[in-house]
Design a binder for this molecule. Structure first.
Ligand SMILES: N[C@@H](CCC(=O)N[C@@H](CS)C(=O)NCC(=O)O)C(=O)O
Length: 205
């Protein structure tokens, strides 16, 4: 049994769970997985047995619970500073935190109209209104970050920002969103990660 237990939801669907899961896998931190099946009658009860917030993900460590994807990522980054999970330069780190916060608190149209379904492939639909704005803004973030910090990840090396946007890569793939070169290259970078392939294998089960 490892010192960390990460409570996650159904891998095919749980975009918030993917974020800290990917961070811990990428950083090589061992953890036990507690899988909760979402959209079941007892989902809420099963989550509440571990976490007072009643949502996944949640991290159990040293008898305490840390909930919310971003709080878990911050905690892991603090515990393992040598893994440099945020950019080292303060201004670059502030930029990374800005795009993470933007993802964490925004893009409601994308979340509502393109829910993550890792395995799903859906008909292309014309993007209009708020959904089109969300998709354009995400592509702009990816293009801008990869140009400024020279890729292959958003801030050069892999950081928490890549965890925040990894579920969007699955969404763009499933809903066949038209990609510019930067978005395509960034998506390929994320999809080629062994941890992402491991998550996809789990999503098939
Ligand atoms: N802001 C939260 C969102 C967590 C969240 O909405 N999780 C969903 C699954 S992706 C959930 O727990 N749904 C189960 C339910 O509401 O019963 C975070 O970042 O962790």
């Amino acid at each position: 049994m490892s010192e960390f237990s990460l409570l996650i939801g159904t891998k095919n669907l749980s975009s918030w769970s993917l974020r800290p899961w990917l961070l811990m896998k990428y950083a090589g931190i061992e953890f036990d997985e507690i899988l909760i099946h979402l959209d079941q009658e007892d989902t809420s009860k099963n989550i509440l047995a571990h976490s007072p917030a009643g949502k996944v993900p949640a991290l159990k460590h040293k008898g305490r619970v840390i909930w919310d994807s971003l709080a878990i990522c911050e905690y892991i980054a603090e515990l393992y500073p040598e893994n440099i999970l945020w950019p080292a330069d303060p201004l670059t780190r502030a930029h990374a935190r800005s795009v993470c916060a933007e993802m964490h608190s925004g893009f409601m149209a994308l979340r509502n109209e393109m829910p993550m379904n890792c395995q799903g492939v859906f008909d292309y639909k014309d993007l209009t209104g708020d959904l089109a704005s969300d998709v354009d803004r995400i592509k702009e973030i990816w293009r801008d970050c990869r140009e400024k910090y020279h890729g292959p990840f958003l801030f050069g090396q892999f950081t928490i920002a890549d965890c925040m946007f990894a579920p969007v890569v699955f969404r763009f793939r499933s809903y066949q969103v038209a990609m510019d070169e930067a978005a395509q290259q960034y998506s390929d970078t994320i999809l080629s990660l062994p941890a992402i392939q491991e998550w996809l294998d789990g999503a098939k089960k």
